[in-house]
Design a protein around this ligand. Structure first.
Ligand code: CP
Length: 297
């Protein structure tokens, strides 16, 4: 919990850099960061790159399709070759759960998990915690519901762990086929009926339906998912009056959430994206720049 608080407090102090005329400080000048994305990404890839550039680090972004992976090179061999160029941090997104942990065993540079398979997405959870704290002033004691494909969601797993550590009460909801069997062991309550699950909640977190990760269809159709589990103006009525709506993106408009709610006053979806840059700046600063009296002016 103290590590999480340190990261959130550091992000808070770095946030204003992004609203300056010149959005750059010299803190990580001379440091090299490799952004290695084996899976598609908009928010995470862009915000890590932007965070690194705002701290003056040199960045290199590689994807599976423009690397020698297409010629059959393995992840470990690719990483060893990158390591030979002596980067300070390798940021990895990969479709296989555990890939960043494997990589960390083979390279000397720091490795940051930017989302691995259906396992974890820790920097998303940190930016979600940061967003909740900024909007609500606290995390402890808040009542939060996560609705959607919990079983296939790395975001849900990291959020549940982070929110529980910070003292929030977490409920999960969704079709029974999308609820992992042992999920209560993470300290969450399961309420399948979204009308009951949303009642009196401070925060509603929605998850993207990840059709690309499902071996078989876990519900009859997207339309039926939208009718039974999609957030709409009727469903949100049971939540607290000052509820906030979160979604890690990308949104399937009209499936997890109606377009008017996604763009409406309860939505903090784009705040999550802005806060993601600050969180990733904080992580880079703490990992390779912090504690050395570095200049943030
Ligand atoms: N939230 C998230 O991970 O989005 P991207 O896949 O666009 O990075």
């Amino acid at each position: 919990m103290s590590d999480i608080n340190l990261i959130l407090d550091t992000a808070d102090s770095l946030m204003e850099i992004s609203s300056r005329d010149i959005k750059k400080v010299p803190t990580l000048r001379g440091k090299s960061i490799v952004n290695f994305f084996y899976e598609p990404s908009t928010r995470t890839k862009a915000s890590f790159e932007m965070a690194a550039k705002r701290l003056s680090a040199d960045t290199l972004t590689l994807s599976a399709t423009d690397s020698s992976m297409v010629k059959g090179e393995t992840l470990i061999d690719t990483a060893r070759n990158l390591q030979a160029m002596n980067p300070d941090i390798i940021i990895l997104r990969h479709s296989s759960s555990g890939a960043p942990h494997l990589l960390a065993r083979y390279v000397d540079s720091g490795v940051i998990n930017a989302g691995d398979g259906i396992h974890e997405h820790p920097t998303q959870a940190l930016l979600d915690l940061f967003t909740i704290k900024k909007k609500k002033g606290r995390i402890k004691g808040l009542r939060i519901v996560i609705i959607g494909d919990i079983a296939h969601s790395r975001v849900a797993r990291s959020d549940i762990i982070g929110l529980r550590k910070m003292g929030a009460e977490v409920t999960i909801s969704g079709p029974p086929t999308m609820i992992p069997v042992d999920v209560e062991s993470l300290g969450v309550k399961v309420i399948l009926d979204p009308v009951k699950a949303v009642k009196n909640k401070d925060v509603i977190m929605l998850l993207r339906i990840q059709l690309e990760r499902q071996d078989k269809v876990l519900f009859p159709s997207l339309r039926e998912y939208a009718i039974f589990f999609g957030l709409n103006t009727q469903l949100i009525k049971g939540a607290k009056k000052d509820v906030i709506i979160m979604h890690p993106g990308p949104i399937n408009r009209g499936v997890e959430i109606t377009g008017d709610l996604a763009d409406g006053p309860f939505s903090v979806i784009l705040d999550q994206v802005s806060n993601g840059v600050a969180i990733r700046m904080a992580l880079l600063y703490l990992l390779i720049g912090g504690g050395k009296g570095d200049n943030l002016d």
